[in-house]
Write a protein of this length. Structure first.
Length: 133
């Protein structure tokens, strides 16, 4: 995470659903986000519930609201990668006491990875090994 960007609050599970919708399509209205979330959710969330989440997330600094038009639009305050890095870093230190190997071993041990994912991991490890030389 860039040094000039303060750490944002850790998003809740519901807030992550909103962020995922906004990362895929932004700017977006509350209705757009509600529709995206409800594609994979049963029971569906009500408009007022999604609106409340987004109002809270705006106060927390997780999303930015543009109220220049009658219909407000929202966008994520930071890119997905930055939020993922912050959350993984937090998990790494809170749960694995900073041990990257333990984090990776647990992640790989809990589910199968595709050949494509294995290749990406291998490339990253090779790249890091070259940088150390």
């Amino acid at each position: 995470m860039p040094a000039d960007t303060p750490d944002l609050p850790r998003p809740t599970e519901s807030e992550m659903a909103v962020l995922r919708a906004l990362w895929k399509r932004h700017p977006a209205t509350v209705r757009d986000v509600m529709a995206a979330i409800n594609e994979t959710r049963d029971p569906p969330l009500a408009y007022t519930t999604v609106l409340k989440f987004m109002q809270i997330m705006t106060e927390k600094g997780l999303v930015l609201r543009d109220d220049t038009d009658r219909t407000h639009s929202y966008r994520p305050a930071v890119p997905a990668e930055q939020t993922q890095q912050q959350m993984v870093g937090d998990l790494l230190h809170r749960v694995f006491e900073g041990s990257i190997s333990q984090l990776v071993l647990q992640a790989l041990g809990t589910s199968k990875i595709s050949p494509t994912e294995a290749l990406e991991i291998r490339k990253l490890l090779d790249q890091q090994a070259k940088e150390r030389l």
